[in-house]
Write a protein that binds this ligand. Sequence first.
Ligand SMILES: NC(=O)N[C@@H](O)C(=O)O
Ligand code: NI
Length: 166
Amino acid sequence: MKLSVQPLTKPAFAPYGDVISTDENDHFLINNGSTERYHDLAKVDLLEGGRALINIFRATPLSYPLNIRMVERHPLGSQAFIPLNGRPYLVLVAPAGETVAPSDLRVFLARGDQGVNYHAGTWHHPVLALGAVSDFLVVDRGGDGDNCEELFFAEPEIWLDVPEGP
Ligand SMILES: NC(=O)N[C@@H](O)C(=O)O
Ligand code: NI
C-alpha cells in the first residue's frame, strides 16, 4: 500500500497532538507591545515523575520511496519537534492504542514553520527530515521507566514517497 500525504493543519492533527505555529493560533501582546506571545500551544505530558528534556535532533533524510516497517510511541510523555532550518518534513502518525493497522496510518507534510507535539502514546515514525540534514528542537520526557515502545508491521509493503514539490 502507498500512503497518501496531506498538509499539516491543527484540526487534522488534533487526534495525534498539537501543531506549533503562528498561523493557526491566537496571540497577545507582551513586552510593551513589541512582542506577540503565541501562548500555551502544546500539551506537554511528563508522566510518572518525568522531567522535561530540551534536545536537538540532527536528522539525515532517509531515501524515498521509504518502506515503513515500524512506528513507536512514548507512553510516559509527549514529544515535540520544532524545525530549526525552515525546511519541510514528514510526520507519520497513528492514534494511541494497543494495536496499529496500516489503515490507521496518516502522513502529514509539515512546513518549515510548523512544529508538532505528539501527545503521550501517539504512535509515530521516527523523525522524517526531507531534502537535507535538518535540525529539530525536541522537547520530550526524561526519567525512569520505559518511554519508547516499538511496533513492527507484519505487512511488508507499506510505502511512503515524497510528495511532488509545489
Ligand atoms: N528515539 C528517539 O529519541 N527519537 C524518536 O523518539 C523520534 O520520534 O524520532
Ligand atoms: Ni519519538
